[in-house]
Write a protein that binds this ligand. Structure first.
Ligand SMILES: Nc1nc2c(ncn2[C@@H]2O[C@H](COP(=O)(O)OP(=O)(O)OP(=O)(O)O)[C@@H](O)[C@H]2O)c(=O)[nH]1
Ligand SMILES: [Mg+2]
Length: 383
């Protein structure tokens, strides 16, 4: 079920895509800016909402130096948001940014529908896409980390969790006056997190054993990394004939898929990994650390870039930022410019100028793949 964590057990009409209104504060109108509160970021929020099975009916944008501490957007603009939400019968408002618990409460009071932020949306998509036990455990840990400081004691925040995918069903049946209930909710969630963490450690250890077996066999490893939807899984499939899931949605892949490539005397493994995005919630980075370790411990990071994305350069910067954050900043990198079959040629030229060692390819048509294979072979035989 799409968006179940966001809408809760009671929310949404079955079989219908819930309608959402986006709200953003644009802090500067500088051209080409793609930071928080920009047009690029808002477009991406639209795609995230779409990936999560929501229909975006409208977006309310306010230009102001910084978000309002109480209501995110200014008071007059809140009325406009409420009117928009009513007009399109929205079930959800999604803010492009991270909201404080107070901002959520105030906005919900005045707009009259559930209000969530970008982080909650990304967590929801991850929950929907997690396939393996390890992925599920990691997502739930991230959800708990997000929920804990946002509990309200009125059971609302919990009912969303209880009705959604969090297997613990923590808030169900919790009764009592606010404060006490809040304390009970906190304790239940913390206990659940402890159990999950133990579980995650065990699952990571299991994966570690497989990895060290590979390492003992002296097989070099390539980790495919890059922005979400860049074509990482498509490239893995093209290179190895694997059947990793390729989808035009964000965060289709959450769990590492490992494949082996043998060309002549050379054998190496290629691992497909979770994609990155602007403002990747830190709760997710923490929870997915062991998965992301696949990148930091590989011999080569093959960084796939969607050359047809207008903000490709910013996406590269975002990916470098996350790689640095997870301790993979020093892993040798091979930049691969993907989707050259649809990218305007002058964009590919500009990217090649910025990154002269990059290899242009199309995972779809197979263009440039032979050169990529040769490049990988050279890199590994030189070692
Ligand atoms: N035109 C074109 N489309 C491509 C190419 N490579 C991938 N795609 C499309 O881009 C979309 C995303 O591809 P994926 O391989 O799922 O991307 P990913 O990087 O694994 O994405 P996540 O796992 O969601 O982070 C799909 O619709 C693919 O068909 C390419 O070379 N050319
Ligand atoms: Mg993928």
């Amino acid at each position: 079920m799409a968006g179940s964590w966001l809408l809760g057990a009671d929310g949404g009409t079955p079989g219908q895509r819930p309608t959402a209104v986006l709200v953003a504060v644009h802090q500067d109108e500088g051209a080409g800016d793609s930071g928080p509160g920009s047009e690029v970021s808002l477009d991406e929020l639209r795609r995230l909402a779409d990936t999560d099975g929501l229909t975006v009916a409208e977006a309310v944008v306010q230009h102001r130096p910084r978000p309002d501490p109480a209501t995110f957007i200014g008071s007059g603009k809140v009325d406009e948001l409420a009117a928009a939400a009513e007009r399109v019968h929205a079930e959800l408002v999604i803010a492009d940014g991270e909201l404080t618990p107070g901002q959520v409460r105030n906005l919900e009071e005045r707009v009259g529908v559930r209000v969530v932020d970008r982080t909650a949306l990304i967590l929801d998509i991850f929950a929907e896409h997690a396939r393996t036990s390890e992925g599920r455990v990691q997502v739930e840990l991230a959800q708990i980390a997000y929920q804990l400081p946002r509990l309200r004691g009125d059971g609302r925040s919990m009912s969303r969790v209880g009705g959604g995918r969090m297997a613990g069903g923590a808030g169900i049946g919790v009764r009592g006056p606010g404060e006490m209930r809040l304390e009970t909710q906190r304790r239940t969630l913390r206990q659940r997190a402890t159990r999950l963490r133990r579980n995650a450690t065990e699952l990571a250890r299991r994966r570690e054993r497989t990895r060290s077996r590979r390492a003992r066999n002296q097989v070099p490893s390539v980790a495919i990394t890059g922005y979400t939807n860049a074509g990482k899984s498509a490239l893995l499939n093209r290179l190895t004939g694997a059947d990793a899931q390729v989808q035009d949605v964000l965060f289709a892949t959450l769990d590492p898929t490992v494949r082996r490539i043998s060309t002549g005397a050379l054998t190496y493994t290629v691992t497909d990994t979770v994609g990155f995005v602007r403002h990747l919630p830190h709760q997710l980075v923490d929870a997915f650390r062991s998965t992301l370790d696949e990148v930091s411990r590989s011999d080569l990071a093959m960084h796939v870039v969607d050359a047809s994305a207008p903000d490709a350069l910013d996406q590269i910067t975002t990916v470098h930022g996350v790689l640095h954050e997870i301790g993979a900043g020093l892993v040798p990198e091979l930049l691969v410019l993907n989707k050259i079959d649809v990218a305007p040629p002058e964009w590919v030229v500009a990217l090649c100028r910025a990154y002269p060692d990059a290899v242009p390819v199309s995972a779809l048509t197979g263009a440039g793949i032979d050169r990529l294979r040769a490049e990988l072979a050279t890199l590994f035989t030189r070692r």
